[in-house]
Design a protein. Structure first.
Ligand SMILES: *Cc1c(COP(=O)(O)O)cnc(C)c1O
Length: 404
């Protein structure tokens, strides 16, 4: 390997080992996932689907993809799964492309309320190609306002309703969304990019009985390789597969598909279920302790692996906290809060997630310690030496909980 890149990989390895990662969308892939991702399967062109490829020499990769499909169906109890999307965004692109035409109307969650760029933001392909109508959380409860969704669906008669979020800490009522979609003859598309691991472990309700399409990433709570998947009702299977290839992608990443299969196998074990239970316990524990310390939690609580803190009563912006904590080796991201008065480059909030720290073995005791480290950092934001003091504590904690 180039000396330069191999040195950087070592540096990044150490950065990961020695920092506390609270980014809700990140995780540490286990060694068996890394091994598959780094395998010779990367060499193989396999445009098409098992048994219907455009290249010779696919007999082995066909078995790989068929196995990923079998295990994916078992894990999510779905009628159909496509394991080829290169990412969550590509997965969403293919879903829209499969059943909609440019200009069609879609209801999607507003980005500032926790939605994703691919749910209709104007700078994203989704917002440029389709006529997205945004729905919001209620300003009072900061939880999804299903009544508003129902009114908007009635008024705009969308072809599709998309739900699922990147920064929303409460359980989503899929049944209610299904009822709204049914009444208005709209397709229902649920994006479980963040909560796929919780759903796989049966600790968040599954959208599968209700949704026409369900997309996900495989690298967040699911703890697999960086990539995407799409599940659908059998009726949509053909259109969906065509929308992925040749509609929007060329050759599949067979090494990543193999790693997805490994991740599905991992997720079918009892250890994975206990892991997800601990992810939620850790999230609830941190959330409660922040409340005890006078922090305001967006929507008041968490049901899942993440929560948002509204920092306005602490006189510090999200960006400032992100930068401050980074100096001590605590990594998280600033995040807009619903109806945020500040721009996305500043933000009034931070997002905290527990999938990564739980993978390295943190339990209630350690996450409580992390809450206090964060609180002290904020209280001592004017003391320039304080970050260095904290860094020692952060690294001590990290060394006791090795990732690899
Ligand atoms: C992360 C995420 C995606 C996109 O995934 P990428 O792999 O980064 O393209 C899509 N939807 C939601 C809700 C997400 O949180």
């Amino acid at each position: 390997m180039s000396d330069f890149i191999s040195k950087l990989i070592k540096e990044e390895f150490l950065r990961q080992e020695l920092t506390i990662n609270l980014i809700a969308s990140e995780n540490y892939a286990p060694q068996n996932v890394l091994d598959a991702t780094g395998s010779v399967l990367t060499n193989k062109y396999a445009e098409g689907y098992p048994g219907k490829r455009y290249y010779g020499g696919c007999e082995i990769v066909d078995k790989v993809e068929n196995y990923a499909i079998t295990q994916g169906k078992k894990l999510f109890s779905c009628e159909h799964i496509n394991v080829q999307p290169h990412s969550g965004s590509s997965a969403n692109f293919a879903v829209y492309l499969s059943v909609l035409k440019p200009g069609d109307t879609i209801l999607g969650m507003d980005l500032s309320c926790g939605g994703h760029l691919t749910h209709g933001h104007k700078v994203n392909f989704s917002g440029k190609i389709f006529n997205f109508i945004p729905y919001h959380v209620s300003p009072e409860t900061e939880q999804l306002d299903y009544d508003e969704i129902e009114i908007l669906a009635n008024q705009h008669q969308p072809k599709m309703i998309v739900a699922g979020a990147s920064a929303y800490s409460r359980t989503i009522d899929f049944k209610r969304l299904y009822d709204i979609a049914q009444k208005n003859h709209a397709l229902l598309f649920i994006d479980i990019a963040h909560i796929a691991g919780l759903i796989a472990a049966d600790i968040h309700p599954s959208p599968m009985p209700y949704a026409d399409f369900v997309s996900s990433t495989t690298h967040k709570t699911l703890r697999g390789p960086r990539g995407g998947i799409i599940m659908s009702k059998l009726d949509h299977a053909q259109k969906l597969d065509k929308a992925v290839m040749p509609g929007s992608q060329g050759g599949p990443l067979m090494h990543v598909i193999a790693a997805k299969a490994v991740a599905f196998d991992n997720a079918l074990t009892p250890e994975f279920k206990s892991y997800q239970e601990q992810v939620v316990k850790n999230s609830k524990t941190m959330c409660q302790e922040f409340k005890n310390l006078g922090y305001k939690i967006v929507s008041g609580d968490t049901d899942n692996h993440l929560f948002l803190i509204d920092l306005r009563n602490k006189n510090i912006s999200g960006k400032e906290v992100e930068k401050l904590l980074e100096q001590s080796g605590i990594i998280l991201n600033s995040n807009s809060i619903p109806f945020d008065p500040t721009p996305p480059t500043v933000t009034s909030g931070i997002r905290i997630g527990t999938p990564a720290v739980t993978t390295r073995g943190f339990k209630e005791k350690e996450v409580l310690q992390v809450v206090h480290l964060i609180d002290e950092a904020i209280k001592n934001k004017l003391d320039t030496n304080f970050a260095q003091k904290l860094k020692v504590e952060v690294q001590d904690l990290c060394k006791r909980f090795k990732i690899y």
